[in-house]
Write a protein that binds this ligand. Structure first.
Ligand code: FAQ
Length: 317
């Protein structure tokens, strides 16, 4: 019986059909999805923090409104993703507990500080740009609810990327001081953005299996390369310099070559020792604790409605 189910699952994967929540799936497939989707959800929610702190300091009302909308979008992405994750049979509270306890990861990029307004431009341009590069292929992921959630997420990320690039254009074309701020932001966000794609392929324990299951459609290095090839000309258009003395165009391969990524920094950051890891988790824990009364009120309200419905049904019977 189990063999039949496995064959059916494999046939679905081979023919690029979506696996849906009620379909049988191997435990390891389920676990991988829970790991990736919950960590993706955590990244969206923790990702609100570095930008959220600039809402009150945005340089104009228009910039404030745009940034507020963007940060709210990230909250929405987190919610779609937690919901997609719940279709795999886990409780949202448990996944959040894993974030708070340090058991679950979230994207390394959100452990870096936002020091000035140019960082908001750099995040939109580079971080959302990297997120789109990674997430467009996830719209074709084999698990239906994750793939469908990604379609809307990518549309919104595309707006985020453009608003970031537009901030960079304004600053890079502004006063000398503004241009310096834009360059400084690129200097600080470039390498961490490249790390968002994950470790190199030969050091990525999950890639081979996730590719075989059509969860991942491209490897970490392939996506990183696509991002570099797309982004370097954008930096040139801005008149900014990518902070990599070894960056060069390879005529033969048709790709940019980059210098060595500091993987020891990446490992330090994902193991909890980045510049802002402690602050991020403490902020999330506090938000969770402070919001307890809202969750309790929502449960009490729905219980009250259910009780009322039951007593109306009894009276009608
Ligand atoms: N940070 O074997 P692999 C966004 C971990 S959303 C932290 O290669 P995999 C939107 C990895 O989990 C950004 N940890 O793993 C936004 C694994 O550890 P584990 C998030 C990382 O899963 C913008 C270990 O290293 N996007 O930015 C990172 O096959 C602006 C070994 O790695 C997603 O989550 C990292 N960078 O590939 C919001 C997309 N890289 O779990 C606000 C979905 C690797 O075994 C503002 N996720 N690790 O303990 C993915 O595509 C994949 O999970 C990868 C990693 C590519 C991230």
């Amino acid at each position: 019986m189990e063999m039949d189910l496995l064959h059916r699952f494999e046939a679905y994967i081979a023919s690029d059909k979506k696996i849906e929540p009620k379909d049988w799936m191997p435990d390891a497939y389920r676990k991988t999805l829970i790991r990736q989707i919950s960590q993706h959800a955590h990244s969206e929610i923790v990702g609100m923090l570095p930008e959220g702190s600039w809402i009150s300091r945005a340089p104009s009302l228009k910039r404030k409104a745009i940034l507020m909308a963007k940060v709210q979008d990230e909250a929405g992405h987190g919610l779609y993703l937690y919901s997609a994750c719940e279709t795999l049979g886990v409780q949202r509270d448990d996944t959040i507990e894993d974030l708070h306890s340090g058991k679950a990861k979230y994207s390394s990029i959100f452990n870096y500080p936002t020091l000035n307004w140019a960082d908001i431009g750099a995040i939109g341009w580079l971080v959302d740009g990297a997120a789109i590069m990674n997430q467009v292929p996830l719209c074709k992921c084999s698990y239906g609810p994750y793939a469908r959630a990604m379609v809307r997420v990518c549309k919104e990320e595309s707006f985020h990327q453009r608003q970031g690039f537009q901030i960079m254009m304004t600053m890079a074309g502004g006063t000398e001081e503004q241009k310096e701020m834009a360059q400084d932001a690129l200097n600080r966000w470039w390498w961490p953005s490249l790390m968002m794609f994950g470790p190199p392929d030969d050091d990525s324990p999950n890639s081979a299996q996730s590719m075989a299951w059509n969860i991942k459609r491209f490897t970490n290095d392939e996506l990183r390369q696509k991002f570099v090839d797309l982004t370097v000309p954008q930096a040139e258009l801005l008149g900014l310099t990518v902070p990599d003395p070894n960056l060069r165009w390879n005529e033969e391969t048709g790709h940019y070559e980059i210098g060595e990524i500091d993987w020891s920094e990446f490992k330090r950051v994902i193991s909890g020792d980045g510049p802002c890891n402690k602050e991020r988790i403490e902020t999330r824990r506090k938000a969770w604790d402070d919001g307890a009364w809202v969750r309790e009120a929502a449960v009490a309200h729905s219980q009250k409605r259910a009780d009322r419905r039951a007593s109306t049904d009894t009276a009608a019977a």
